[in-house]
Design a protein around this ligand. Structure first.
Ligand code: 9YT
Length: 132
């Protein structure tokens, strides 16, 4: 069994901070679960363009308020505690935080740990998943 405490991840390589968000990657590809699990904080007043071309992501809001817009159809969905969105179609989207939002995120295939968005809002596919 794997047991971790998120507090032990703070300040390590698994604690990734960007201009718009910070993410503690708790379970990674190396844990062998087939998904990765992260706690992500989205900074208030930010808008982030994201396109997970290679990954599926589910996001569960536990704190804060904001919205997500799917770019293909311009639909805007409010985000508040208890709301989950799942990018089951690799949807290009804008994520906007009105207040600080705390989200639990699951990625398939799992992240290796250090990924940040490139200019296209994409995470690269790293390691074995890239070779498959
Ligand atoms: C909600 C979202 O995708 N935010 C960007 C960071 C991502 N959750 C991550 O890398 O943990």
């Amino acid at each position: 069994m794997i047991v971790k405490n998120i507090n032990d991840i703070a300040g390590t390589e698994q604690d990734v901070v960007t201009n718009n968000w910070a993410s503690r990657r708790i379970l990674l590809r190396s844990d062998g679960m087939g998904f990765s699990l992260h706690e992500t904080t989205i900074f208030p007043g930010t808008e982030t363009y994201i396109w997970y071309k290679h990954h599926l992501e589910a996001v569960f809001c536990v704190e804060g308020e904001g919205e997500v817009e799917t770019i293909s159809d311009g639909k805007i969905y409010k985000i508040a505690p208890g709301v989950i969105y799942a990018l089951n179609e690799h949807d290009k989207h804008y994520l906007r935080a009105k207040t600080k939002m705390r989200m639990i995120c699951v990625f398939n295939p799992p992240l290796t740990g250090r990924e940040v968005h490139d200019d296209e809002g994409v995470y690269p596919l790293l390691g074995e998943a890239a070779a498959a």
